[in-house]
Design a protein around this ligand. Structure first.
Ligand code: ATP
Ligand code: MG
Length: 422
């Protein structure tokens, strides 16, 4: 037997039902905020991510799945969505003199160490806005995230952390100061941080190593380098969040792993999933469009890690989304299979959104009702010669013995079903 590739996720029916529920709720929120869904390719030129995400990031350095196209081009399975969405909007002239609010969802690929909440194929849902430079849109996106957690009933399990990186210039000056401070201390840094000192020094602030963290206590602090404009932007954001009553925590060490961030960065964190604590991350990337060859255009957005959100949803609602079928249609004898199919189609047409399964494979009602019960259906519909001839519906309530079984004229039966399945 050929097995699945390590880190590539199989999402089985039981789990997939929860995924559907979560995704339906999230896309409804996005629609309510008038963010438009775009669909991006899974494959892009490797160069897009090298330039967009940054050569010195973990993603580009060691996590990308690259392959060589038949004509020799280097392609990459997308590790994230933002570089692609900028590429798409730019390529189709959709950033010129206009604003955009878009959203995307789908699998991303990163070669990392698989564990709970961390996979090599994982799913993100992103929301992004372009052409808007103020803190109001940062706040809208954060409020959008908050609305998502509320819709899923997980808002008490998550916490918002925010920070500002300042303008691109401020970031460069801080980076230089940090390198000056840490270079003489190179020997005392952990291995990852030593490597990052030359490639991506600000990531060192993220280090979980206690010795490194201690060295950082006396290091130059990012907020001291942030320019006045950026500080004003950040203050504006904080005011809006306070007015919207969204609790937040300022974390001056929050830097994010991707090169493209400027000004606002934020993460939604949970303590309920062990070390895979970030369920959503984002920020402002005013330099990205230009970096990818377009005209300077402000951008801001976030990506939700759906795998982790689904795990959290399961903790919050262990019972939700647990059955596959609502109505199970049983057939008295093989000659009635055609009539039963007609009845089933009629039910499907009249009861949109209700999951209706028609029994296959014969057997008596008793045997079929066992299957109906196991399917999780709340109601069975029993098709026999009499009900077909008389245009009747025989309904058996499977979860409420008192209601028992009833045979009604088809139209009354449909109304009955509608009521008991509502
Ligand atoms: P982490 O620090 O956990 O590696 P990241 O900073 O690499 O996260 P982003 O690139 O900002 O993550 O992606 C946004 C969100 O996508 C993360 O907050 C997380 O919820 C999710 N995510 C990222 N990588 C994975 C993965 N390998 N498996 C599952 N979810 C992931
Ligand atoms: Mg990562």
């Amino acid at each position: 037997m050929v097995k699945a590739v390590r880190g590539m996720r199989d999402i089985l029916p039981d789990q997939a039902r929860r995924w559907d529920l979560v995704e339906d709720q999230l896309t409804a929120i996005l629609r309510g905020h008038a963010y438009e869904m775009i669909r991006l390719p899974l494959l892009e030129f490797t160069e897009l991510f090298a330039r967009g995400v940054g050569e010195a990031t973990d993603i580009v350095e060691k996590e990308m799945y690259t392959l060589s196209d038949r004509d020799g081009d280097s392609l990459a399975l997308r590790p994230e969505g933002t570089a692609s969405s900028v590429r798409m909007l730019q390529e189709h002239g959709l950033l010129y003199n206009q604003t955009q609010r878009v959203s995307y969802a789908g699998p991303m690929f990163r070669y990392e160490k698989p564990q709970k909440g961390r996979y090599r194929q994982f799913y993100q849902l992103g929301a992004e806005a372009y052409g808007l430079a103020g803190p109001d849109i940062d706040a809208e996106l954060i409020a959008l995230g908050w609305a998502c957690w509320q819709a899923l009933g997980i808002e008490s399990m998550v916490q918002l952390e925010i920070n500002t990186l300042g303008s691109g210039d401020a970031r460069q000056r801080y980076r230089a100061a940090l390198v000056d401070y840490l270079s003489p201390l190179l020997d005392q840094l952990d291995e990852d941080s030593r490597r990052r000192l030359s490639s991506n020094p600000m990531r060192i602030l993220d280090s979980k190593n206690p010795a490194t963290q201690q060295l950082l206590e006396k290091a130059p602090k990012l907020p001291d380098f942030v320019d006045a404009d950026s500080t004003a932007h950040f203050e504006g954001l904080k005011t809006l969040l306070t007015e919207r009553q969204i609790p937040f925590l300022e974390n001056p060490n929050l830097v994010r792993g991707l090169d493209y961030y400027t000004h606002t960065v934020f993460e939604w964190i949970t303590h309920d999933l062990g070390s895979q604590g970030a369920i959503c991350a984002g920020g402002r990337y005013d330099g990205l469009v230009e970096k990818l060859g377009g005209r300077a255009t402000p951008g801001v957005g976030f990506a939700i890690g759906l795998d982790r959100v689904v795990l959290l949803h399961e903790l919050a609602h262990p019972e939700a989304a647990s059955t596959a079928v609502d109505v199970y249609v049983c057939v008295a004898e093989p000659q009635l299979q055609g009539a039963a199919l007609n009845t089933t189609q009629r039910l499907r047409a009249e009861l949109p959104g209700i999951r209706i399964r028609l029994h296959m494979g014969g057997g008596n009602f008793k045997k079929q009702l066992k299957k109906a019960d196991a399917s999780g259906a709340r109601v069975a519909v029993l098709v026999d010669a009499d009900s077909v001839a008389g245009d009747m519906l025989t309904i058996k309530h499977l979860r409420d013995a008192e209601l028992g079984q009833e045979t009604l004229a088809a139209s009354d039966g449909l109304a009955r079903l509608q009521k008991s399945l509502a």
